[in-house]
Design a protein around this ligand. Sequence first.
Ligand code: ADP
Ligand code: MG
Length: 478
Amino acid sequence: MQNLKEIWKSVVAKIEPVVGRNIVVTWFNNTALFSVENQIALIGVPSVFARDWMNSKYNEILVNLINSFGFDVEKVSYEIDAKLYDRDDIRAIRLVEDNKQQKTKTVMTQGRKMPHKEEVMVKGLRSKRLNNRYSLGNFIVGQSTRLAHAAASAVANRPGENYNPLFIYGGVGLGKTHLLHATGNAIIDNFPTAAVVYTTAENFVNEIVAGIKNFKMDDIKKMYRNIDCLIIDDIQFLGQRERTQEEFFHTFNELYDNHKQIILSSDRAPRELKGIEDRLRSRFEMGMIVDVSLPDYETRLAILMEKAQEQEAIIPKDVLEFIAYNVNENVRTLEGVLLQAIAKAKLENVMPTVKMVARYIEKFDAKIEIQGENHKYQPNNGIAKSIDDVIDIVCAYYKVSRNDLQGNVRRREYLMPRQVSMFLSRVELNQSFERIGGEFGGRNHTTVMHACEKIKELLANDHNLVRDVNAIKREMGL
Ligand code: ADP
Ligand code: MG
């Protein structure tokens, strides 16, 4: 019989193809199989998050996989043991090599002192230092970022081959810079001698302007020829100067023709970029264009768990859920609320509570009562941010009762307001179909999806509905 550690290793190896490498590294690193007794497999996990995560998703598959090693367990249970984080604890399996983790740790502490400012020279060119805090592994993948993450991973494995340039666009705080750093880091991990330059469009322009002024443009061009990967963040700031765009155009072609990887980010799609010459725009469109958008509730929760873990902070699940539920403008804000709560809790040496974090959420500013566990709050000056608010406003608008709206009766006078509520919860509040279904008497997520599709279709032709929806949106404070 193999020992428990070997068995656990094999179990996790078998889970990987099912759930993906990211999830495995995030949640199964530093875990152990403590014992198999009385038909119960006891799994050691280093944090409450790992336990909750596994408990909510993997109990069944774990039972099956463990039994495939000749056991007859009926269920799994978990024991939290922070010692498992300790590299000397031989019970746990390690999924990230030692040196890599060490490297991340040192750079993390350095990074905190001087975030982003640090510059390095790469083959004579100025580059920002890649921030090791950002990796493809700690980027949480959800529906809204799946393609971007997959493209970034593909580029990291085969730079300069298929997706060139890689163009990532989307609103602020949605993970573009994170993905750019992460891809750069991964390229260097895979190809340690690769010369990767990371810069912002602003810095790039400055460099070119200086080069032109000092008649050094030829030298600069030569240097760009020597690098393997050029990453430019926020390309929308490339500027409108003809000469800069001209130089950039040549640099781009040079790199591209030599199969050097180019990665760009922008706040909008190439065709929406203003003041950029057409020939450049069409260069941007030659490779892979992917967007990042707002994550849904489940993804926001997973991001919070990841960030809390990075901070080595223990946050009660209801607090994380509360933040995930109520903060949906972007990930940066989401993270900001969490970090404020962690800082405050550390300072006062207490556990963060729902009440505490509510203070860091803008919409709760105006002293709104938090009603215990259910995460509901009174609408603030007509600004609706929860499904519950939408329901209130829609009921008032169509003069139907909450019971009728949330109920099952399929009369048009209820059905339409019901579907409008679902649509607005989805489109304006970015709530997941599951959650919306839950608020409407546990309806299936496909029902909600159909409702949203239906309203979307109707809005194309039905002027009365357009008027109603616009009026409701105004009531919602939009
Ligand atoms: P952008 O460049 O799009 O404005 P950033 O990449 O700076 O956004 O992201 C803002 C913050 O949110 C960063 O700390 C980043 O790590 C975090 N973040 C964004 N999306 C994710 C994600 N999917 N998983 C983990 N962290 C994320
Ligand atoms: Mg950015």
